[in-house]
Structures are given as C-alpha cells and as structure tokens.
Design a protein around this ligand. Structure first.
Ligand SMILES: C[S@@+](CC[C@H](N)C(=O)[O-])C[C@H]1O[C@@H](n2cnc3c(N)ncnc32)[C@H](O)[C@@H]1O
Length: 264
C-alpha cells in the first residue's frame, strides 16, 4: 500500500513538472494575456516563494554563473538563455534586441536616454554598440532592480559608458539639461511603463531634449501596447514613424518596436 502511494505521489509530481515546464509554456506562448499572466504573475510569484529570491536576483545569478566577466555578448547570451529556457523576464529580448541593435548602429548616437532599465539587458546591448565617448543615461525607479542592473552592467564591463539614475522619468526628464549636462538626445529608448510613453515624449519635447533627427524607439507598442503614444507619433507632423514587427520577448505573440524620427 505504501509503495502504491509512493508511486502515485511521484507520478503526480512528474505530471505537474511536465505541465509547468513544457505544456503550459507552449500553450500560452501564442496568447498575450495568458503569456503575461503565466510568466509575469504565476511563475514569478511561485518561484519567489519557493526560492526565497527575486527574479532579478535569479537572473543575476545566471549571468555570474554562465557569462564571462567583461564580455558583454556573453552577458546578453546568458540572459537570453535564462529567459528562454528557465524563466521568462521582461527584457527587450533577443528577437527585438536585434532591431534595437540595428537602430543604435544606424543612428550612431553620441547621447542616449533609456527609460526603464530593469536588469540592464538592453542597457548592455546599447552600450556595447556606442563609441567610447558616447553617453548613455538609463532611468529606473525601482531601487531593487537598479541594484541588480548595476551588477549586470559591471559584469558586462560597460559601467564606464552607462549612467544609471534612480528615479521616475517624470521627475528626471526636466532635470536632464541642468543636472546631467545634456543638450539633447540623439536616441531615446522608451521601455518603461506603457502609460508613460506619451506624457514623457511630450515632456522631452517641452524640455527641448529632442533635436531635429532625434530618434525615439519604443518597445512593446503592441503588447502590452501603447495606443495613445502610437496614435500621436503616427499622426503628428512632428514625427516620421515606422513600425518594426516582431514578437513579445521569448514568445510567439505579436509585438513590435516603433521608430519615430523627430522632425523639429
Ligand atoms: C520592461 S522593463 C525594462 C526592460 C529593459 N529596458 C530591458 O530591455 O532590459 C520596464 C522597467 O521600467 C521601470 N519603470 C517603469 N516606469 C518607470 C518610470 N516612470 N520611471 C523610471 N522607471 C520606470 C520598471 O521598474 C521596469 O524595471
């Protein structure tokens, strides 16, 4: 009888593991709401409780274990592998990351502003492509994420090029000229909370931080989506805007980046 009980318990545990590891992820990867609910709410909370750590801490541990110190490509690769095979996270990801890389290379910016650092994944991607004298300012209002991002950026050897500022975009954008000595930004990567894209774009215009030819690149314009921002940059005579179709990070749900050139 004990043997039967043991067999049923281990059979049940194996079934649960298969569901958690393969079946549910492969079903939800085609559906935006289900994918975000599964990865960003259920799995994250479950693993936080079971491991007594946070997702950013687990991501950092994966970097320290699998990436070579001072090699940014290995840091990006370690994060992508962690997020594809172990635990999803809200970085721009490998697929949209290639679009980000190509825009950074095309613009060849001397000054970059990133809104939303999280663990520093996109920061490392951008910093790697910048010339040595370029300036990259990245804003993050969650101090727990900022602590992790600093370590990820340092592990990638990019800390000299990056200025991570803790605080909210709405408070910091008006201080960019005075406190950070920036005249205008050649490139802005918008990847913070989606309801801030439009007010922050308008705030950057008001503060004179966008010059003729400045490029705004916005992530997640389809999923979770930022319809008011899209409507603005696509219909305003101040911008020439273009959509780059892709997928939500590490899934097959449609998402994309919007590149908008400020025409002055
Ligand atoms: C999608 S994640 C950024 C991912 C990151 N760009 C990457 O690809 O690796 C969004 C981040 O923006 C931060 N955030 C959201 N609203 C913000 C705001 N108004 N000011 C500063 N940070 C913000 C969140 O705490 C979160 O870490």
């Amino acid at each position: 009888m004990w043997l039967t009980l043991l067999y049923s318990c281990s059979g049940g545990a194996a079934l649960l593991y298969i569901l958690y590891r393969w079946v549910i992820p492969s079903i939800v990867q085609y559906h935006a709401g289900l994918a975000l609910m599964w990865h960003d709410v259920i799995v994250e909370r479950l693993l936080d409780v079971l491991t007594r750590s946070t997702r950013p801490q687990r991501l950092l541990a994966a970097v320290q274990k699998n990436a070579t110190r001072g090699d940014p490509r290995s840091v990006v690769k370690a994060i992508d592998e962690f997020c594809r095979y172990t635990e999803w996270a809200m970085n721009v990801g490998d697929e949209k990351g290639c679009i980000l890389d190509s825009v950074v290379s095309e613009v060849n910016p001397a000054t970059v502003l990133e809104l939303g650092t999280y663990c520093g994944y996109s920061t490392v991607r951008i910093a790697t492509l910048l010339p040595p004298d370029a300036k990259l300012i990245t804003l993050e209002f969650n101090p727990d994420f900022a602590v992790i991002a600093r370590q990820v950026i340092a592990w990638a050897g990019q800390e000299e090029k990056v200025h991570l500022v803790e605080g909210s975009s709405g408070d910091l954008i008006p201080k960019m000229k005075e406190q950070f000595g920036v005249k205008s930004f050649d490139l802005v990567f918008l990847d913070h909370w989606k309801d801030r894209y439009l007010p922050d774009a308008k705030l950057m215009e008001e503060c004179g931080l966008l010059g003729k030819g400045s490029v705004l690149l916005a992530d997640n314009v389809i999923c979770p989506g930022s319809p008011d921002y899209l409507d603005y940059v696509r219909n305003s005579p101040k911008y020439r805007s273009q959509y780059f179709k892709s997928h939500l990070e590490y899934t097959k749900v449609e998402d994309g980046l919007e590149k908008s050139v400020f025409l002055g």
